[in-house]
Write a protein that binds this ligand. Sequence first.
Ligand code: NIG
Ligand code: FE
Length: 407
Amino acid sequence: MIDLLIRDLAQVATPGGASGPLRGSALRDVQVIDDAFVLCREGSLVAVGPMRDLPANLGSVEEIDGRGLAAIPGLVDCHTHACFGGDRVNEFSLRAGGASYEELHAAGGGILSTVRATREAGEAELTRLTLRHRGWMRAHGTTTFEGKSGYGLDHDTELAQLRAIRAAGGVPTWLGAHTVPPEFDDADAYVDFLLADVLPEAAQLAEAADVFLERGSFDALQARRYLEACRDAGLALRLHGDQFTESGAIALAIDLGARSVDHLEATGPAGVAQLATSDVTGVLLPASALFLARPMPPARALADAGALIALATDFNPGSAFCDSLPLVLSLACTQMKLAPEEALVAATANAAHVLGRAGRIGRLRPGFAADVVLLEAADWRHVAYHLGGDIVHAVVEGGAVTFRRTA
Ligand code: NIG
Ligand code: FE
């Protein structure tokens, strides 16, 4: 593998600390080196520092001229539904005309319309579509993405989704308990089926399990039964919770030692206080709140209370057709009052923690993966400042350039 030197960078910016997530005042700990270099060897970072410390006699290395550019760690999207068939543009138009997301769901549209399209697609097409979506995310600086199943809701399609996500380079999460499919008239019977017929194979393919704890999908007792069985099968735990109503997701996540509880648009002060004293990460999805015209989650209150927080796109065809983490960082700053430093940490080191990878990705440190985003700006904060802008100059993954902006 060829060594890669990125030299004469205007800035390198990285979360501080050796590994692990940052919270409280450390959530703002972004270390900036001016006039800097990044050196990659065999897929890992070997040195990051000021140009004056650049080792001499590097031998034959490929060089990238970083003049006028800032480098940040490859962004980590820890919550996506990037494996799906079809689209929901008709539903989008109906919502623009006043229909609500929850009404469409209750009428058999919403998630269930994507279930129909995903079942029809077949595994090869799902893999092709997930790779396509990965390409979109990469062009915005995402170098690691998590992808959930949850649009199959039957044995074969759930497993096909998990294999497609893995084949496309994603970190697979089993969201069998996304909603109840039409073949079942009650949620308990569907959970019985999931645990007996799908979990044994899903546990071999996925790293984590997730559940949609919300009226119209699963209640806290059903979510507990599903998650406990998934935990016993060796999966890490995640929850979709407090999106529309506070339904006990935070208490359940803490009780089960889940990695994260995601959404939290409906979380009130008691939930904030509860989460802040736990080791469960609150994953905030402001693009979803924006797309559904919902209140933003209480990010500032969570950060001030010392909670662990991460940011993600929630990329999916219904509630957040958004593949751009830089846009999410912008929303975090403008709509949720996070500092750019907090937003960067939340979408790198802390998102890596949610995926169980905080010792390997999310920081520009020797020994970490050589996943680097070069920004078309001399000040790294443009990643959040340039609202939905074309900010990514190039993306390096495992020491190889995988995306270059054209003109
Ligand atoms: O995170 N809330 C539940 N699930 C997804 C949306 C899925 C969909 O609408 O297709 C979410 O918003
Ligand atoms: Fe989601």
